[in-house]
Ligand binder design. Structure first.
Ligand code: 2BA
Length: 107
């Protein structure tokens, strides 16, 4: 068994969760905040049998878009006319970790 931990953009979370539910994949949804942008995102914990991992990864991939997100303004003091600059970073589609589950119990 594997645990898929998927960090997805809030804008994609609804679609990903609906599709997982339609496919009868059990998951837990947690509201999280990215450490860099400090913007809300969603972390999904999905415990699945090994033979379902690729299927779930494809499903996440299909429903998560890459997008540019505004980054907090930075003061660039390295140039003569320093000031605030609007900057964007590429976020997502999804950041996914797949880990081995040593033991799984439901009491
Ligand atoms: P954030 O930490 O808010 O990062 C948002 C986006 O900002 C990242 O997109 C990346 O494009 C950029 N970024 C992050 N740290 C950076 C840095 N030190 N310098 C420059 N740019 C930086 P993604 O890589 O798609 O990550 C989206 C979200 O996934 C992250 O939100 C974080 O919540 C999570 N994440 C990404 N990598 C992770 C990791 N190795 N461990 C745990 N969480 C991770």
């Amino acid at each position: 068994m594997k645990m898929i931990t998927a960090i997805v953009n809030k804008k994609d979370a609804g679609e990903v969760c609906d599709t997982l539910a339609e496919e009868k994949i059990t998951f837990t949804k947690i509201s999280t905040v990215g450490g860099f942008l400090k913007a809300g995102n969603v972390t999904l914990l999905i415990g699945v049998e090994d033979d379902k991992v690729q299927f779930v990864l494809e499903l996440i991939k299909k429903n998560c878009a890459k997008r540019m997100e505004p980054m907090p303004s930075v003061v660039n003091a390295g140039v003569p006319a320093f000031g605030y600059y609007k900057t964007e970073v590429l976020v997502g589609g999804a950041t996914v970790f797949v880990t081995n589950v040593e033991q799984f119990e439901k009491f």
